[in-house]
Design a protein around this ligand. Sequence first.
Ligand SMILES: Nc1ncnc2c1ncn2[C@@H]1O[C@H](COP(=O)(O)OP(=O)(O)O)[C@@H](O)[C@H]1O
Ligand SMILES: Cc1ncc(COP(=O)(O)O)c(N)n1
Length: 275
Amino acid sequence: MTFTNQSGKSIACSLTIAGTDPSGGAGIQADLKTFQELKSYGMSVLTSVVAQNTTGVQGVHHLPVEMIEQQLESVLSDMPVHAFKTGMIANTDMMKVISKKISSLDVPYVMDPVMVATSGDPLISENARDFLRDNLLPLTALVTPNIPEAEFITGEKIETVDDMKQAAVQIVEQFNAGAALVKGGHMEGDAVDFLYDGSELHTFSAKRIDTTNTHGTGCTYSAAITAYLSHGAPLQQAVKQAKQFVTAAIQHSYKLGSGNGPTNHWATREEKVKQ
Ligand SMILES: Nc1ncnc2c1ncn2[C@@H]1O[C@H](COP(=O)(O)OP(=O)(O)O)[C@@H](O)[C@H]1O
Ligand SMILES: Cc1ncc(COP(=O)(O)O)c(N)n1
């Protein structure tokens, strides 16, 4: 289905279902900034309000599941969605409601299987991790685990590049994700990610940037993939372009706050914002 604005241009629409970051680097805020940069109309359903900043998480308030359901209803009954992502979904009650609502959506679903913040603070309960793996993963077009998340899903330790590739294949073959992108941000050396799309392995590589300003990289990456998919890009192309976007965002990241600073969503603009 194509949606057009008044001058006849088609509009791509992306939805994020996630928690918040009032300091603006991760969560819903990072997702919406990314959608906007990549010219996809951004929409959001909040799951949890998180008091956090570059140093860590100070508090969490989970929205009642009825309110999450209502937000989804508001968006889905009225608005077009061409691709969507999920981020922080803190507990199984939320996951049940979300899976019920999204299972009828016939557009790409990108799951960032958020478990722990960059600061090390846990963002979802332990039994929610199991539910996420067993019930939500099979609904995805793509899941984007970092190394600890891929280790949890597969139950295997990941120490080498071969382990990463093996995990990507296993997440698709054994756990029924549509495709898996295992991200190498937590490894040493170049920042290399592996995509298994059910038939082939693809490699996306960038030079490691020497920075601690990596708050929200995972959110930004998965939101960029979602935005490109909303424009109709094939998966491999969407990941390739999103990798370039997130690399630039890290390259030009902000030294803001006293912890891990946020990435720069304007980094791919011609006129970069100078600090
Ligand atoms: N220092 C870095 N330099 C370049 N790319 C990085 C760096 N850290 C992370 N990345 C890249 O950022 C993206 C997010 O990865 P990662 O940090 O592993 O995810 P998460 O934020 O979920 O922990 C991946 O493409 C990864 O390769
Ligand atoms: C609400 C929320 N969702 C996700 C993350 C993970 O952030 P990162 O992309 O740094 O792993 C976060 N810190 N807060």
